[in-house]
Write a protein that binds this ligand. Structure first.
Ligand SMILES: [Zn+2]
Length: 499
């Protein structure tokens, strides 16, 4: 019997083909805790590895990294991934399991059989995870977690550490730490070994003590670090383990999606330096809820590592366009340009719309757009920048015919949208870049200085262009902030991917 089918039967769930794109089955079916698992078989003898994420709902990087790792091409053995053990907790961003009445069982990672206790697990997802674990008999188990602070400076938190049983896995832990710390610039954020092993009642302790598995708990830190940094650290450490035991042959640290030909559309959401505000959270929540779309948070290190090759579209959200450009550096900007001209999609919102223009020395030059800028002397106030129009406000926007078609918004023509100092776009006239098309125009305006009055109405709120084989959309306001405009954001993403 094929393992995936057998597991599906054991757990009483739907048997689906054993491909990484589709779940092999589900844990905790018929409950609020229903969650997919994936069994990826190489077809070659080798180690059995289990990876779990999302045990604690306020530790999203573990869940997101596990979602990415399940796409890795394995050459030996069997890889079993449960990306999101505590789905209601992840939805509520709570460490504990929401709604579990017995206080002793609210921490999912204390619900596994303790050493010298009966072989009993508690709560539906933990019971099914333990059944699955005993059935697949893993040689290696990896649990992806996060802490609230850096252990190197705050021993109360296990954040940024590798928890393992030193007597079994000391050498490999050192290799994982060396690999991940090579990516850490700030010495106060280095990851450290905790060779004491995992706590009694945890999944890894049960795997170690009862099944004789080798275990790693990778802990990143969610304080002051974007998700891209944390998911990357999880991938770098997991990559080190899987390479050492011969499961993967190539370096997979930049492998966040299956690549060309996938049935889902993979979006890279930039969350590096120069991003700020609510945009990342709003775009993440939007994309997480739409079937057929997967989002990975990406930073400069990912882009320099070639992550764009596996993505359909890159999104640069609000913040500061010049700071995002500075963070990307010359090489990062070239990689984004090459990605687009090679057929990738680009959607820039507010700062991301400034970034894609051809206006500044630092801009990407992938949309033939200039932006309204410059400085004026305001009596009594001094020198003021003309891009600044004050705080966030609602403005009127009207779609053009081309915009309705491109964005799939056939019924809706006019709407209000949040605006916060997005670019006022005009043609730049660079003969090397095709002219943009206007998908929507501002029909009202926001201004702070007299010189700005009348310069916004009628200009493009959304502009779209092509560069080589790729497509670019610049969105000056913030439709991601308004649920009723989420279809418009998805329409923009879909237009750039030609799907
Ligand atoms: Zn945790």
């Amino acid at each position: 019997m094929k393992p995936c089918l057998a597991a599906a039967l054991i757990l009483g769930c739907l048997a689906l083909p054993c491909v990484a794109e589709q779940p092999t089955g589900y844990l905790a079916t018929g409950t609020d805790w229903r969650t997919p698992y994936y069994i990826i078989e190489s077809g070659q003898p080798g180690p059995v590895v289990m990876i779990v994420g999302g045990m604690h709902g306020n530790e999203p990087a573990g869940y997101r990294a596990a979602e990415q790792i399940r796409h890795w091409p394995i050459s030996r053995g069997v890889l079993v991934v449960v990306p999101a053990l505590n789905v209601p907790g992840l939805e509520a961003s709570t460490r504990s399991m929401p709604g579990i009445e017995n206080e002793d069982h609210r921490n999912a990672n204390r619900n596994f059989p303790k050493t010298d206790a009966p072989d009993v697990a508690f709560t539906p997802p933990c019971i099914d995870l333990w059944e699955l674990t005993k059935w697949v008999r893993p040689d290696w188990c990896v649990d992806l977690h996060e802490g609230y602070d850096f252990h190197i400076s705050n021993p109360d938190s296990v954040g940024s550490s590798v928890i393992h049983f030193a007597e079994d896995t000391g050498e490999l832990a050192a290799a994982c730490l060396e690999a991940v710390n090579a990516t850490v610039i700030d010495l106060d954020r280095r990851l450290v070994p905790l060779g004491r092993g995992s706590v009694n009642g945890s999944w890894l302790r049960a795997c170690h003590d009862r099944l004789g598995a080798d275990t790693f708990c990778f802990e990143t830190t969610y304080k002051d670090q974007p998700i891209s940094t944390r998911t990357r650290q999880h991938r770098v450490m997991t990559n080190e383990v899987l390479r050492a035991i011969g499961m993967i042959e190539t370096d997979c640290a930049d492998h966040v999606a299956p690549g060309p030909g996938a049935d889902t559309t993979h979006v890279g959401l930039f969350d590096g330096d120069g991003t700020s505000g609510r945009g990342i959270d709003e775009l993440t929540a939007l994309l997480d809820t739409v079937p057929g779309w997967e989002v990975s948070h990406i930073g400069v290190a990912d882009i320099l590592g070639g992550v764009l090759d596996r993505l359909d579209v890159a999104v640069f959200p609000g913040g500061s366009g010049s700071k995002q450009a500075r963070a990307l550096g010359e090489d990062g900007r070239r990689r984004v340009r090459d990605f687009v001209s090679g057929g990738g999609g680009y959607v820039g919102v507010c700062a991301g719309a400034y970034l894609c223009s051809a206006h500044y020395s630092w801009s990407l030059g992938i949309l033939d757009a200039a932006v309204y800028t410059g400085a004026i002397e305001v009596p009594g106030e001094g020198t003021k920048q003309l891009w600044y129009r004050g705080g966030s406000t609602m403005v009127d926007v009207e779609l053009t015919d081309a915009g309705r078609r491109a964005l799939g918004m056939e019924r809706q023509t006019a709407f209000q949208c949040r605006y916060h100092n997005g670019p006022i776009i005009s043609p730049h006239g660079d003969p090397a870049i095709p002219d943009y098309r206007v998908l929507a125009r501002f029909r009202s305006e926001n201004w702070r200085y007299q010189a700005q009055e009348g310069t916004m109405v009628g200009t493009p709120a959304i502009a779209a262009g092509e560069l080589g084989a790729g497509r670019v959309v610049a969105i000056s306001p913030h439709p991601e902030s308004l649920p009723e405009l989420h279809d418009l954001v998805l329409g923009a993403l879909a237009w750039t991917t030609r799907r």
